[in-house]
Design a protein. Structure first.
Length: 164
């Protein structure tokens, strides 16, 4: 909110150089802002009383956008990579999948390991849990189990993340 949009009776005012000007009415603060040739901008609307500052609104908005962009640059987006296995997977195939999971985890991604069951394999779900356990055990040097293996419909899933 800027200038006339501020309808509060009392506000805490901060000057253009960052000095505290104290608590005063919004009208008085508006007059001070006009004398300086600047805008009155509400910075902290939830505070009691609300905090307003005398600044050039265009410059203030530009600085805000720049800070947001800077914060966005520093953010790291963690992706979830999925690896699908079947209950009758061979040891060499399993090692290939483990190596690809190792690559994903070292990059900093989360890995979702899915064990998919089809047809008759559904009857022996509990016998296949050892595959996910072996998978996690072989990656235990760099990864930790975030979510333990859990049955969801026709599949059993487990999440692995990088060790801190």
């Amino acid at each position: 909110m800027i200038n006339e949009q501020i309808r509060d009776k009392e506000i805490r005012l901060i000057g253009e150089n960052g000095e505290q000007l104290g608590i005063m009415s919004a009208k008085d603060a508006m007059k001070l802002a006009e004398e300086a040739g600047l805008d009155l901008v509400k910075i902290a609307p939830t505070a009691k009383p609300p905090v307003c500052k005398i600044v050039d609104y265009g410059k203030f908005k530009y600085e805000q956008i720049r800070k947001e962009k800077e914060a966005k640059k520093k953010q790291k987006v963690i992706e979830i990579k999925e690896i699908r296995l079947s209950p009758n997977i061979d040891s060499n195939d399993l090692n290939t999948k483990i190596n690809s999971a190792r690559k994903f985890i070292t990059k900093g991604d989360r890995v979702k390991v899915t064990l998919r069951f089809r047809g008759r394999e559904m009857a022996h779900m509990n016998n296949s849990k050892h595959i996910l356990d072996d998978f996690a055990e072989s990656l235990s040097d760099i990864a930790v189990i975030e979510k333990a293996p859990k049955v969801e419909g026709r599949s059993m899933t487990m999440f692995l993340t990088e060790k801190r």
